[in-house]
Design a binder for this molecule. Structure first.
Ligand code: NAD
Length: 243
């Protein structure tokens, strides 16, 4: 029986690559984002490869949008097996003193509150059937204090906190919750940052990672191949964290 997968932030970058990977594994995939143009492109790539995908617009910081997204997924495909909670923003590349309260709150809402909202809605579906796998997108900033701006770092450390807490809460229920920590990956987000300030890759392997390399890590965490892995942050960063 085909798995049903949900991916947020799927209009490009890591989310799109993972949605494609899930579809290649035979899953029916619901892709979501606020960028409809990008989402349509993702659906068309998956369809072009013979996969099954539907799209649904949702702002992950909004409870009503997230509830409607999960409902739409269940309505479209009859359940929910894998959820990749991945949408995120970097926020302003400023120091703390120059970060406004509005910017701080926005980064926390999109990166962190979203994980709370998504997991709450997803677990309401997975809980009663006692199976499912959730992966949240953390970041190198969970391990290194200077890998991103302050609000971003705070949000991603919160993501890891929620991941570990919920992983334990649900461990005995047949539901596995993990996270992925990408290093420096080539995506629209980082291309925009590099347009402001070009820097050599911080990854010791001497290059930036590709979105499909993160997709493989996420797919593994969702698949039964990682059946004894719970509350783990899978670091895919070319060795950056240990440098
Ligand atoms: P990206 O900008 O291509 O993807 C992020 C997606 O999230 C975009 O499609 C964007 O439209 C969407 N999004 C933004 N706000 C949203 C909202 N309120 N509701 C729904 N969707 C929203 O960048 P990416 O690098 O693929 O980022 C994916 C995730 O990976 C993010 O959580 C990011 O923080 C994380 N990450 C990326 C890197 C990297 O080097 N690229 C490193 C560590 C972590």
């Amino acid at each position: 029986m085909s798995k049903v997968a949900l991916v947020t932030g799927a209009a490009g970058g890591i989310g799109r690559a993972t949605a494609i990977r899930f579809a290649q594994a035979g899953a029916n995939v619901m892709v979501s984002d606020v960028n409809m143009e990008g989402l349509e492109e993702t659906v068309s790539i998956i369809a072009g490869q013979g996969g099954a995908a539907r799209l649904h617009r949702a702002d992950v910081s909004q409870e009503a949008d997230v509830s409607a997204l999960v409902e739409a997924t269940v309505a479209a495909f009859g359940g929910l097996d894998w959820a990749f909670n991945n949408a995120g923003i970097i926020g302003p590349l400023t120091g703390l003193a120059d970060t406004s309260i509005e910017d701080f709150d926005r980064v926390i809402a999109v990166n962190l509150r979203s994980i709370f909202l998504c997991m709450k809605a997803e677990l309401a579906v997975m809980g009663p059937k006692g199976s499912g796998s959730i992966v949240n997108t953390a970041s190198e900033t969970v391990l290194k204090g200077n890998a991103g701006p302050a609000a971003y770092t705070a949000s991603k450390r919160g993501v890891q906190g929620l991941t570990e807490h919920c992983a334990l809460e649900w461990a005995a229920s047949g539901i596995r919750i993990n996270s992925v920590a990408p290093g420096a990956i080539v995506t629209p987000m980082t291309l925009a940052m590099r347009a402001q300030k070009e820097r050599p890759s911080p990854q010791p392997n001497g290059r930036r990672g590709e979105a499909h390399e993160i997709a493989e890590a996420v797919y593994w965490l969702c698949s039964d191949a990682s059946s004894n892995v719970i509350g783990h942050m899978l670091v895919a960063d070319g060795g950056w964290a240990i440098s």
